[in-house]
Write a protein that binds this ligand. Structure first.
Ligand code: MG
Length: 339
């Protein structure tokens, strides 16, 4: 074996999980595979030319891909464990926005060198997130090159319904899950643009490095929401995708933007709005619900243990408008002004 092949054999070792912790799938036992099967719908997983999976009857498959490039999407010193987690989280967040149940992922990595300590941490973060969401890594590809991580995630949808960006109707209420701006604030702190209170830094950085994809909420919204998107680039930009796809406009009440205690400990509400609207990396869901279903939605999400906030209303008039105390205001860059 030449040295490069040996290197890739070492890498492959980190992505193939040995049996022992197996969930006891008959398929993997029959095929004498010594690799651990996380899901019993994976007929052929890592180690063959392609993976083969068995979708449930009467289902559709949602597929999404996200790439993270060192120096573009993350700093080269970012913890590899966090990278493993975040790579899974950002892809599952896209599946959540479609209302899909995550099932299978494949990974393409370009790595500058074989760094076993890095690989150990990266795969620990990756597999912890995959296990939590009952997802299986079913294949991938490795090359040598600048650090680039690409994950393709597939999720299961029932035949009758998925969520999309289009479908919002005038009169629908606009909701977001969780809180907005925490990750952007953490990043501003790391970049030295803002000085953050010490007691809040851990919590804010957790939101930046270990985002929570709203997987359960997405599935719960399948029969309730008229449209949905996940917030990766910031509420203002992402909500505009819903507005364009649905051919509607919206009114957002700035005082309704949900902020965490850690966020509020650092910024007054008005100073925080630009970050909450444009910061990105929230991985919350933004979705629209007809007014007649708001009560039902709120009781469903309460049972699911997710916080959601109503931040505005869909309107027939195109465009995204911001209001503060019922007066229209303009947000430009990091400031806001009254019209
Ligand atoms: Mg998305």
């Amino acid at each position: 074996m030449d040295s490069q092949r040996r290197e890739f054999a070492i890498i492959a070792d980190y992505f193939q999980r040995r049996a022992g912790q197996s969930t006891g799938s008959t398929l993997s036992e029959n095929s004498k595979s010594n690799f651990r099967r996380q899901r019993n719908d994976v007929l052929i997983g890592i180690g063959d030319d392609a993976a083969v999976v068995t979708p449930p009857p009467e289902s559709r498959i949602a597929v999404t891909t996200d790439t993270m490039v060192s120096g573009v999407h993350f700093d080269e010193n970012t913890s590899p464990r966090a990278l493993g987690h975040k790579l899974v989280a950002v892809n599952l967040s896209d599946l959540a926005a479609m209302g899909a149940e995550p099932a299978w992922v494949s990974l393409a990595c370009s790595l500058p060198e074989v760094d076993e300590a890095w690989l150990k941490e990266f795969t620990a973060g990756l597999f912890a997130a995959l296990d939590y969401y009952h997802c299986e890594l079913i294949g991938g590809d490795m090359t040598r090159g600048p650090l680039t991580l690409t994950l393709t995630a597939q999720g299961i949808l029932p035949l009758e319904r998925c969520l999309q960006r289009r479908g919002a109707q005038p009169g629908d209420r606009i909701f977001v899950s969780g809180t907005l701006g925490d990750a952007a604030l953490a990043l501003a702190g790391l970049q030295g643009k803002l000085e953050l209170r010490d007691a809040t830094i851990d919590e804010l950085q957790k939101r930046l490095f270990y985002p929570t994809p709203r997987v359960a909420l997405g599935q719960l919204l399948r029969n309730q929401a008229t449209s949905a998107i996940d917030l990766s680039d910031g509420l203002a930009g992402d909500l505009k995708h819903i507005l364009r796809a649905s051919e509607v406009g919206a009114r957002v009440n700035l005082e309704a933007l949900p902020a965490s205690l850690a966020f509020r400990a650092n910024l007054e509400p008005q100073a925080g709005w630009p970050l909450q609207l444009n910061g990105g990396d929230d991985y919350e869901l933004c979705f629209t619900v007809p007014e007649s279903r708001v009560g039902l939605l709120e009781s469903l999400v309460r049972q699911a243990g997710v916080a959601v906030s109503c931040i505005g209303t869909i309107e027939a008039q195109q465009g995204l408008r911001f209001f503060h105390q019922n007066k229209e205001v303009q947000i430009t860059g990091s400031s806001y002004s009254h019209f």
